[in-house]
Design a protein around this ligand. Structure first.
Ligand code: GLN
Length: 451
């Protein structure tokens, strides 16, 4: 823990931590020592981790990196972080992220962008998003693991950009209690670690039923680490033909091909599959997610939490308007406007209802494919880490980065991103493994072979 507290300081230039908790960390480390002496050690005992700013941590900065939650320190702990502390893990601090987890480059945070420890020659690169602080802290050796959340790819895409292992479980596997809500039917907690084994240990710690989240599912949590047998002989791995995008960089195709070769060498059978509704996944996601966000973010009214901007001589509505105008960043405002539009009476059937139907078709595609295969292998993202500012003025270009991660989010499936190679500039690239609902073990097993 002491070494990590120093490492957090040394990694300051990354801007991964927006709040540091060294005193708490030392106290928690003492408790972990006592646990170890008493022979009560479990998987995460004494392991220093960072917590994405989206998870409520009692008495500690929790703002989902938004200005509108200024000064908010919750009275309660999120279930995911509580499970880590019950296991004896140690909190190093709160991690930077895109505001309300909306973004793919960590450039929308109120606390400024995060730097990727991996650089393209002399040029900085973005760490991906929204879990940019989580991946930068782990890749930069300033945490052994980090919590993260994935609504449309926010665990897998940044893991790909930083050569870390990202794991998003099945929707409902982890409790959302105490997670700042973005799009509730998609949001799912997960982990960023440097190895697959670390990911299995940390995931096992945070998973499990919680009566405080009505969408958490009451199923036993398997021993994920035990799934890492290295044996995938006879397993069927699906390759979705629709993921061969026109104009995709040759090195991404080559990486995917390399992954296929690794699977074959390990004794798995490669099966071509079709996910015909893939091309509708991005537009569907960018209707459903903003719709839910516009509803979830209605609670930030200047009365209940954080920032309040009043207007001289003005009334309540003026206060609402001034607070929301000052408190939300551009991307968040864009999502609220899109969401409000697609939910409005005149457009509900044309956009929101249609998107819900297409979402079901996308889920059905996966269901049919999983009748034939045990897991699916794809690239995680269509590019390596890009330069700051490269896409921040063009929302569509930014949204396109989620093309391979969003379909599984809409279907609620478990998935990982495994570091799989480097591009021509020496930047990391990840491959994505997707599994059947509740079959995280297969995702871990296949990930372990690729590592
Ligand atoms: N990049 C996607 C978005 O901006 C996904 C974000 C996420 O998974 N939280 O919505």
């Amino acid at each position: 823990t002491e070494a990590h507290i120093e490492a957090v300081e040394a990694a300051d230039a990354l801007n991964a931590y927006i709040a540091k908790t060294p005193e708490m960390a030392l106290e928690m480390a003492d408790k972990a020592d006592a646990k170890i002496k008493a022979g009560e050690q479990t998987g995460m005992t004494g392991i220093p981790v960072g917590i994405k700013d989206l998870f409520a941590t009692k008495g500690v900065h929790t703002q989902a990196c938004s200005h509108i939650l200024d000064g908010f320190k919750p009275e309660y702990e999120s279930t995911v972080s509580q499970k880590l502390w019950d296991d004896g893990a140690v909190m190093l601090g709160k991690l930077n992220m895109d505001e309300f987890a909306m973004g793919s480059s960590n450039e929308t945070s109120y606390y400024g962008p995060v730097k990727n420890p991996w650089r393209r020659g002399d040029t900085d690169t973005v760490p991906g998003g929204s879990s940019g602080g989580s991946v930068a802290s782990v890749a930069g050796f300033a945490a052994m693991g980090a919590t993260a959340s994935d609504t449309g790819g926010s665990i897998r895409q940044p893991a790909s950009f930083t050569g870390t292992f990202g794991f998003k479980p099945t929707y409902g596997r982890c409790s959302r209690y105490g997670m700042v809500a973005f799009a509730s039917s998609l949001d799912q907690a997960g982990t960023i670690t440097r190895t697959v084994r670390d990911g299995a240990i940390m995931m096992e710690s945070i998973a499990g039923f919680d009566a405080k989240d009505s969408t958490s599912v009451d199923l036993p949590v398997p021993n994920f680490e035990a799934a890492l047998t290295g044996d995938i002989r006879g397993m069927k791995i699906g390759i979705p033909q629709e993921y061969h995008l026109a104009g995709m960089p040759g090195e991404i195709e080559a990486l995917w091909h390399q992954g296929i070769e690794w699977m074959k060498a390990a004794g798995a059978e490669i099966v071509d599959i079709n996910l015909p509704h893939t091309k509708y996944a991005l537009p569907t996601y960018y209707i459903v997610a903003p719709a839910e966000a516009s509803s979830n973010l209605a609670r930030y009214d200047g009365v209940r939490y954080g920032l309040r901007e009043t207007v001289q001589g003005g009334g309540l509505v003026d206060m609402y308007e001034a607070t929301r105008a000052a408190g939300f960043g551009d991307e968040v405002k864009r999502r609220i406007m899109i969401g409000t539009y697609v939910l409005s009476a005149g457009y509900y059937d044309a956009y929101y209802l249609k998107a819900q139907k297409v979402r079901q078709l996308i889920a059905n595609d996966f269901k049919r494919a999983f009748e034939k295969v045990d897991a699916i292998l794809t690239p995680t993202a269509p590019s390596a880490a890009f330069a700051p500012g490269e896409k921040s003025d063009d929302p569509i270009a930014m949204y396109l980065n989620d093309v391979f991660t969003v379909p599984a989010s809409l279907a609620g499936l478990p998935g990982s991103s495994v570091p799989a190679g480097l591009d021509a500039n020496g930047l990391p690239l990840g491959l994505q493994i997707l599994g059947k609902p509740w079959d995280e073990e297969t995702v871990f097993k296949v990930s372990g072979v690729m590592e």
